[in-house]
Ligand binder design. Sequence first.
Ligand code: ZN
Length: 281
Amino acid sequence: MMVQEFSRRQLLWPGAAAAAGLVLGVSLSASGAEESNSKAKSKGKSKGKSKGKAKAEVKRCVVVWSEGTAPKEIYPNDINGAVAEGLKDLTGWEVVKANLSDPDQGLPDTLLKRADVLIWWGHKKHDQVKDELVDKIVKRVKEDGMGFISLHSSHFAKPNKKLMGTACSWGAYESDSITLKVTVKSPDHPIAKGVKPEFTIEHGERYSDPYVVPTPKAVVFEGVATLKDGKTDPSQQGLTWEIGKGKVFYFQPGHETNPVFFDPNIRKIMANAVQWAAPSR
Ligand code: ZN
């Protein structure tokens, strides 16, 4: 991706940083920001120089975190890369990618503090996420109103479980589905704005109701999985809560062997969810 290449060049050749930053700044302000964690850090350090100007146009910040285990043939830049790419046209937003393998597990205090929304995709490495970081995330949601968006197998992610305060288990996990038809259950909800009333994606893994969580504030999306044997399985797909001061959205689609996060319908939902979950200023 273009932005990442600039970031690498900046690291290799500091002399090019100003020029690259200039080009980057122009393109980002025109189409929404997407930048790596390292770029975000360097930006933070130089903040003081353009303080007056920056204050007038402070962007909101969404951090897209993942553990880095998605197959490269489906997600060459991992799942957070695909999600971040889908958010790049959000006006007034800076999109930062964070990975479990980054320093501070991708979420140093400085980044977590300025994140308006945190999107989380994890599956095999939930246990590696430090409890200390989980506590900080939960505090940011409950006390400061940071939005939290939990994707697919992140139902068992530590921050998701701690925010819900329940087992967060599904009734069944089966790899026998072919497609998932997603339907809008709450058409007036901001996360459903402009989303087709019904669309179908390839999705090879279904989670079956019940989802052991507190009663959601809204069920925005429902779905029906069509199985290999022709049977169907309906289940909840998109749920919202208010936890303390923060808004939380869980979205069931997003299995790593399906290119779900490249789908324009899903990208629309993600963009809506980010804007909905952000705390009001
Ligand atoms: Zn899965």
